[in-house]
Design a protein around this ligand. Structure first.
Ligand SMILES: *[C@@H]1O[C@H](CO)[C@@H](O)[C@H](O)[C@H]1NC(C)=O
Ligand SMILES: *[C@@H]1O[C@H](CO)[C@@H](O)[C@H](O)[C@H]1NC(C)=O
Ligand SMILES: *[C@@H]1O[C@H](CO)[C@@H](O)[C@H](O)[C@H]1NC(C)=O
Length: 428
């Protein structure tokens, strides 16, 4: 009995090694073919001979492709997976198939695709991904596909394409990308230009059309009117900046990032202080200075208040807020950044700003304020260096506090590049 069972196992193992039970395996024109189409399969069956070069799993019910799904068949050249229920293709499912020339994944439900696996498929000539739920293609997805001749992406959910997406496809002769809900903003203009100039055959171009914005709905990309598009530019200014303005302790430092660009750029602040780095997606407060819902703060008022109009207010500016303030504007066409270094200093003793520029100051005769020897040489691209110079100038006769104590006068000096601005405030 036991001997008989061992025999069963041996037969079974042999069968398994020859061809998975639901499939037909055979040889044709020198190709080793495994046909598992129309079998109601819910997974890739095990047991393929290692020399299979063509595998059809079309018209089954595969829900996804897991890592190592085709580990048994590393020599595959053609893989047919159309008309399944695949939603996701995991990292490592396709990467081992470095001999793959044809891959058909059309008519599935793919929204999650391991684009990085394509980097290993340098032999690929045909890639069909029509009728899926792809909403996004990374800019470098096709960077290794130098043998790809035909790419089919019809009927997905693509609304944007990163500039240069198809540039690495030097062998491409055929592209289909109809029936996607393209958002015809500045970010897509490159594709129109590329398609018009390209030698690649792109059939049915009238079906590559805009879905949004509303005014352009249905317009084929090839007939897109010129759009007003410009990359961002930024200019950073700050207050207090008026000569002679009175500053009191706890003054508010106001930086203003003047942003240009079409479409309107997204604004981010990057703040590097000795205490750490803060990144703020602007705005984080409403016009009343209270935190917007969703902004990460414990109290009602964030330490750095980024307003929608491009202003950044720092109430009670002090030593802890010294540092580098950068505003970064980004839109579909690019980005621009401007930085300012802000430091608080005491004259005579001198000091160092947050980026290590050394400076010191000296009294101006007869006046209760100080100037700074301009040793702060702007260096590098961030030529904005602001020193807020708060100095103890001794008690001036005129300024006496209500409780009879003499007021201590401080002066603040702002340095912007080579220009010198003098500010002063009284500290009771
Ligand atoms: C593949 O391997 C099987 C045995 O597993 C063999 O019969 C067949 O000839 C091989 N086919 C090719 C194309 O090498
Ligand atoms: C990519 O293909 C090579 C063979 O060309 C293979 O050795 C390697 O394991 C593959 N990478 C992955 C991640 O599977
Ligand atoms: C931006 O808005 C804030 C709050 O309303 C205001 O304090 C600030 O002055 C404004 N900035 C400019 C440049 O108008």
């Amino acid at each position: 009995m036991r001997a008989l069972c061992l025999l069963c196992w041996a037969v079974l193992l042999n069968l398994v090694r020859t061809c998975p039970e639901p499939c037909d395996c055979g040889e044709k024109y020198g190709f080793q073919i495994a046909d598992c189409a129309y079998r109601d399969l819910e997974g890739v069956p095990p047991g393929f001979p290692a020399n299979v070069t063509t595998l059809s799993l079309s018209a089954n019910r595969l829900p996804g492709l897991l890592e190592g799904a085709f580990r048994e068949v590393p020599l595959l050249q053609s893989l047919w997976l159309a008309h399944n229920e695949i939603r996701s293709v995991a990292v490592g499912a396709l990467a081992p198939l470095s001999h793959l020339k044809s891959l058909d994944l059309s008519h599935n439900l793919i929204s999650e695709f391991a684009w990085s696996d394509l980097h290993n498929l340098s032999a690929l000539q045909l890639l069909k991904m029509d009728s899926n739920e792809l909403a996004f293609i990374p800019r470098d997805a096709f960077r290794s596909l130098r043998a790809l001749r035909s790419l089919q992406l019809n009927h997905n959910r693509l609304h944007a394409l990163a500039e240069g997406t198809f540039a690495p496809l030097t062998a491409l002769s055929h592209l289909q990308i109809n029936d996607n809900p393209f958002d015809c903003t500045c970010g897509i203009v490159w594709f129109k230009t590329w398609a018009l100039a390209s030698a690649v055959s792109i059939p049915e171009q009238d079906n590559i059309a805009c879905t949004s914005p509303h005014v352009l709905k249905g317009i084929p990309l090839g007939r897109l009117p010129p759009l007003p598009c410009s990359a961002p530019s930024v200019q950073l200014s700050y207050q207090p900046s008026q000569d002679g303005a009175e500053l009191r302790p706890g003054f508010v430092l106001a930086l203003h990032c003047d942003v240009d660009g079409q479409p309107v750029p997204q604004l981010h602040w990057h703040i590097h202080t000795p205490g750490g780095t803060v990144e703020i997606a602007s705005p984080n407060v409403g016009t009343d200075g209270r935190a917007l819902p969703g902004a990460l703060t414990t109290s009602g008022q964030p330490r750095f208040q980024a307003f929608a109009n491009g202003s950044l207010l720092i109430p009670d500016f002090g030593k802890l807020e010294e540092g580098t303030y950068s505003c970064l504007a980004t839109n579909e066409l690019g980005s621009a950044e401007s930085s300012v270094n802000v430091a608080l200093a005491t004259p005579g003793e001198g000091g160092e700003d947050a980026v290590g520029h050394k400076f010191h100051g000296k009294a101006v005769e007869g006046k209760g304020c100080y100037t700074v020897d301009n040793e702060v040489q702007p260096s590098g691209p961030e030529d904005n260096v602001v020193i807020i110079y708060l100095s103890r100038a001794g008690p001036p006769e005129a300024a006496i506090a209500a409780d009879g104590r003499p007021a201590q006068q401080f002066s603040g000096i702002l340095l912007l590049g080579q220009s010198l601005l003098v500010l002063s405030f009284f500290y009771f």
